[in-house]
Structures are given as structure tokens and as C-alpha cells.
Ligand binder design. Structure first.
Ligand code: SF4
Length: 392
């Protein structure tokens, strides 16, 4: 049986480029939106051979800010995917939007277009923190957006929050969390602020204008969130994600469980039959590439590679460990044809002895280990690389 397929659609436009953001996102490119919408449709049509015969279980509109383009563009893309593939009857269709940018009719148009799930970039409920992050909305706008989304009838409404801002006191973070909980969203994602190379934030840090929060303090904020969200009835299912029962992101689960996903849009990443690939990143290059390359599949392809076995195993392990439930060791053996114990037994035992990994019918990070996911993943990769070097 052909495995199901998820489709990721990248919308690279933002009103303002936030100082901490290193996503493939651009401000001041409104003049490209029409041509971009047409290119998305041309790419979906060109990818018909990749969609045919697959059941599409989810579509994720990410960015950038997908809420920045007219709902008619979103509707056209969903219709094109439905016309060229087989969209499952209860497919999840998620769209990321920023509070304060969409009014009631815009929400209604998105709902009518087939979007089932809204993910709102709340980030903080403090005006000064929002200003620091270059966000253009107010805490009140987030509350209004949740209310409107509910009125319009979205099946699932989620909020994203950022923690670990320079100097952020625990009380400020828990106040934001509590404000989010009071709005009763179905899903809450929390992300630590990271200083990404090449961003204005990184330049300010280098100049000494900003001092990043100490990692121990960041860990305390994460711990506080784990406690508060759990007490409020949210189930943590992934390192950064909590949901009410039945409201986890089915689309993102595809990424974490080695599923196939098709990439549509500028700089979008895809994963098909064991090959990872990426589209041309700049919206202008993407539009030109689609115009040149369609109707052949993947007309905007910029690069593709098939991970070697060690990389594939390490990617699989690292992604699976992001899930709180972890995985059953036979799943690894089924995927790679070799028992997990044989490729990484000593490394896993060390992590278990250090109290960060639980071994047994399921392999998963302990609660303390959730803060050390990067280290555990790096250790696993290093172990596999060493073993390979010694067998050469
Ligand atoms: S709105 Fe989101 S994608 Fe756009 S610049 Fe800000 S952080 Fe980046």
C-alpha cells in the first residue's frame, strides 16, 4: 500500500522581518504575491505525478506568515491539491497566522477555503516583550484573534509562545503562559528564543547590547511551563508541544515519524521515499524556477540528497526522541533492518545511566532528559560515526 502523504506549503511573506528570525521570510515584497500565488498553483499541477495514488492526510501552510496572502490564494492551493491528489475526508489543514492581521471576514474566508486548524503566533502577552521581538500585535489582539477563530468555527486553535528572552523573569513567563491558558486554546507550542547567526539579534548580542538568558534560567522556564500546562490539562506530546486530547498536530507528526511530505513554495523542504529535498529559497528565484521548470515535477528543486545510513538512523532517532512517548525498539529494526541495541547499545546504556534516557518496551527521554535532547542526539550520531570509522 502506498504510504500517506503530507503537503507543506511555504508562504514567505511577513509585514515586518523580526530581528530574531532566520526563517525563509521577507518583508516588503507585497508586489510578488500575485505571481507567487500563480507559481504555487503551477507547482502543485507539476507535482501531480507525486500526488497521484497517495492519500493526503494533512496540509500545513507555514512561513513566513501564510495569513499575509489573500484567502483566495489559500483556497486555490487547497483546491489544486484536492484536484490533483486524494485529500482524505478529515484531512487536517493548518495555517499559521499572526494576531492583529486578519479580521472576521478573513478568518471566515480561510475557514470556507478548507482550513481546519489555526496556529496563532502569540509569542508573549507582555507588550514590552512583543516590542523586543519586533512583533506588531498587542496581547489584546491575540485574545481577539482566538475569540474570532472560535466564532468562525475552526476545529482547532493553537497558540505559539516564545520564552527565554534576555532578562526574562520567571513571573513574566508564567504570566504569559497563564494568559494563554485563560484563552483556552486547543494547542500550545513553546519555543526557546535562540540567537541565530546572521540575524539582527545576533549582531546585537555580539556588540554586547543584549545578553542572552543563562541556559539554567532557560531550563527553569521550560520546567515551569511543563508544570503549568500539565496542571491546566494539556498533554505534552512533543518537546515543544502540548495539546488537549485529540488536538495534536497530525501534520507535524509526519515530520517526527519519518513520513513522506511534499514541499510546495519557496525554500520548502520535502522528504519523499527516503530523499530529502529543498526548493529555491528566494521568492523571485522560486517563481522564475517554476516558470522555467513546470510542468515537470519539482520544478523549483534546488537540492536533493539521500542521507547515508548513519545520517538516516541518527535523524530517525533524534526525531523520534522529540516525541514524549518515544518509540518501540522494533520500529527501528523494521526501518533499518538492524536492532537498535546492535548499533548503539553502549551509547544508550550510558544515557540511561546518566538519567536522561529511559530504556525498555519504549525508548524515550526522561523528564530531565527533555532538556538535553540535542546532547543525546549528538551522542548517538557520534557513536554511529565512530563505529563506522572502526569498521572501515
Ligand atoms: S513573523 Fe514569524 S516568520 Fe515572519 S519574520 Fe517574524 S518570526 Fe519570522
Amino acid at each position: 500500500m502506498t504510504p500517506p502523504l503530507a503537503v507543506y506549503v511555504h508562504i514567505p511573506f511577513c509585514t515586518v522581518k523580526c530581528g530574531y528570525c532566520d526563517f525563509n521570510a521577507y518583508s516588503g515584497m507585497d508586489n510578488l504575491k500575485e505571481a507567487y500565488g500563480a507559481a504555487l498553483l503551477a507547482e502543485v499541477h507539476a507535482d501531480t505525478p507525486l500526488l497521484t495514488g497517495r492519500t493526503i492526510t494533512s496540509i500545513g501552510f507555514g512561513g513566513g506568515t501564510p495569513g499575509e496572502v489573500p484567502a483566495s490564494h489559500i483556497r486555490a492551493v487547497i483546491s489544486a491539491i484536492r484536484d490533483n491528489g486524494s485529500l482524505a475526508p478529515h484531512a487536517e489543514v493548518t495555517l499559521e497566522a499572526n494576531p492583529g492581521t486578519l479580521d472576521g471576514p478573513a478568518f471566515e474566508a480561510l475557514r470556507a477555503a478548507g482550513v481546519t486548524r489555526l496556529s496563532l503566533g502569540a509569542q508573549s502577552f507582555h507588550a514590552d516583550e512583543l516590542r523586543f521581538l519586533d512583533r506588531i500585535h498587542s496581547p489584546e489582539a491575540t485574545a481577539a484573534a482566538v475569540q474570532t477563530a472560535r466564532t468562525v468555527g475552526f476545529e482547532s486553535v493553537g497558540l505559539d509562545l516564545i520564552y527565554g528572552l534576555p532578562g526574562q523573569p520567571l513571573e513574566a513567563w508564567t504570566a504569559s503562559l497563564n494568559a494563554a491558558i485563560r484563552l483556552s486554546p486547543d494547542h500550545i507550542s513553546i519555543y526557546a528564543l535562540t540567537v541565530e547567526e546572521g540575524t539582527p539579534l545576533a549582531r546585537r548580542v555580539r556588540k554586547g547590547e543584549i545578553v542572552p538568558l543563562d541556559p539554567d534560567a532557560v531550563a527553569d522556564l521550560y520546567e515551569a511551563a511543563t508544570g503549568l500546562l500539565g496542571e491546566a490539562g494539556y498533554l505534552q506530546y512533543e518537546l515543544s508541544n502540548w495539546a488537549r486530547l485529540g488536538h495534536h498536530s497530525r501534520h507535524n507528526l509526519v515530520y517526527w515519524t519519518d513520513g513522506d511530505y511534499l514541499a510546495i513554495g519557496a525554500g520548502a523542504h520535502g522528504y519523499l521515499d527516503g530523499e530529502r529535498y529543498e526548493n529555491a529559497a528566494h521568492p523571485r528565484d522560486y517563481i522564475a524556477a517554476v516558470e522555467r521548470g513546470a510542468p515537470a515535477p519539482r520544478p523549483a528543486l534546488a537540492s536533493a540528497y539521500r542521507p547515508d545510513p548513519v545520517t538516516a538512523m541518527a535523524d530517525w532517532f533524534s526525531l523520534r526522541l522529540r516525541l514524549v512517548e518515544g518509540f518501540e525498539p522494533p520500529e527501528f529494526a523494521d526501518r533499518f533492518g538492524v536492532p537498535l541495541e546492535d548499533v548503539a547499545g553502549p551509547c544508550l546504556d550510558e544515557c540511561a545511566a546518566a538519567g536522561v534516557l529511559e530504556l525498555g518496551p519504549r525508548v524515550r527521554l526522561t523528564r530531565a532528559g527533555r532538556l538535553l535532547h540535542g546532547e543525546v542526539s549528538a551522542r548517538f550520531l557520534a557513536h554511529l560515526q565512530n563505529a563506522r570509522a572502526h569498521t572501515r
